[in-house]
Design a protein around this ligand. Structure first.
Ligand SMILES: [Zn+2]
Length: 66
């Protein structure tokens, strides 16, 4: 069985898991491959996790970023 490699990178500012080379939220290209944990935010306004992480846009985020 092949293991899924986490090649996705994460925006240092937003902690959004980014598919491309730039963050779609802030437009920054300061991405890191060193991250752990993952959380799907569907309703930022109703999510305590989103509130504590200052997330305003729904999407997939990393819990920890270095
Ligand atoms: Zn960003």
């Amino acid at each position: 069985m092949a293991t899924a490699t986490a090649s996705r990178k994460v925006c240092r500012k937003c902690r959004l898991i980014v598919k491309g080379k730039t963050c779609p939220i802030c437009g920054d290209s300061d991405l890191t491959a060193t991250w752990s944990g993952r959380v799907d935010i569907f309703e930022p306004a109703a999510s305590q996790i989103a509130q504590s992480m200052n997330i305003n846009v729904k999407g997939k985020y990393a819990l920890r970023v270095r």
